[in-house]
Design a protein around this ligand. Structure first.
Ligand SMILES: C=C(O[C@H]1C=C[C@H](C(=O)CCC(=O)O)[C@@H](C(=O)O)[C@@H]1O)C(=O)O
Length: 270
């Protein structure tokens, strides 16, 4: 269904019965990335899957400033208000994890439990952020100049996703087709407005999280494993699980295991 949040129409899907679980996909992704988890998660959660700004069937505003991560978090608050949801379990993967942390920092009273897959609270110094903005601006220009097909071919080949070469041809084709459904303006503006260098650092806010937080990292994803370990050291109610033989997109490579872990965590203590 399409839901107007502030000035943008978002695509939102609901599945299952149970406590509301808001699922936030990664860059180049869409709600489709969560479908393989539904048989597991929809037993205990009402899955609310959102195509994020500039992705999937959600609008791609022409101005990159509209994609600011705090503005996107405010969009999600309005979604919960419109759905009559006071508190939500929140699951974010990669870019979606950065948005989930932003939402949790800004609206902690709206979060029951938080699951963070292969993500970061941001870059600690302005120098790092400036350098990353320059890097992401070049990538955004690449998308706009070369088009979505060329960019997806580049993106799926970056070292971060090397373990996805172990996936079946069919699965890799499914991921490729889903990425190709995005449009160049949406992805470019997402990088410019909501990229890792464009957002604030939330490192100093983690210590204030009052809710249980589960960090999931892939054993082969050293960069985000280290970030996850450091996040864990700051969280008052944190836990970290390393999923063997997986890389960055754990839920893609091990959907069964991922779904079981997440549904177990969300069902604990209820
Ligand atoms: C390459 C780096 O950063 C990018 C990698 C992961 C993030 C993401 O959402 C990828 C999702 C996917 O394609 O499966 C993306 C983001 O957070 O926006 C980052 O730009 C890196 O080494 O940090």
């Amino acid at each position: 269904m399409k839901v107007k949040l502030n000035d943008v129409h978002y695509f939102v899907e609901k599945r299952g019965t149970g406590f509301p679980l808001l699922l936030l996909h990664g860059f180049t992704g869409s709600s489709a990335t969560w479908y393989p988890l539904a048989p597991n998660l929809e037993q205990t959660s009402t899955m609310i899957m959102v195509d994020l700004l500039g992705h999937g069937e959600t609008e791609a505003p022409p101005i990159s400033e509209r994609y600011d991560i705090l503005h996107s978090a405010a969009d999600l608050k309005i979604l919960l208000d419109k759905l009559g949801i006071e508190k939500v379990d929140l699951l974010g993967y990669s870019m979606g994890g950065r948005l989930a942390i932003t939402f949790a920092v800004t609206y902690p009273e709206r979060v029951r439990k938080l699951v963070l897959e292969s993500t970061t609270p941001g870059l600690k110094t302005e120098d790092e952020r400036v350098a990353r903005r320059e890097q992401d601006a070049k990538l955004a220009a690449k998308i706009q100049v070369e088009g979505i097909e060329s960019f997806v071919k580049h993106w799926e080949s970056i070292p971060l996703f090397r373990t996805q070469k172990n996936l079946s041809i069919e699965k890799r084709e499914e991921i490729r087709k889903q990425r190709l459904k995005n449009n160049a303006t949406g992805l470019a503006n997402s990088l410019l407005g909501m990229g890792t260098g464009a957002q604030p650092s939330w490192w100093s806010s983690l210590v204030k999280f009052p809710f249980e937080t589960l960090i999931l990292v892939g054993e082969q994803d050293l960069k985000f494993y280290k970030i996850g370990e450091e996040m864990l050291s700051k969280l008052p109610r944190g836990n970290l699980l390393t999923i063997k033989n997986t890389g960055h997109a754990i839920h893609v490579e091990e959907p069964e295991k991922f779904g079981t872990i997440v549904s177990g965590f969300l069902s604990e203590g209820n």
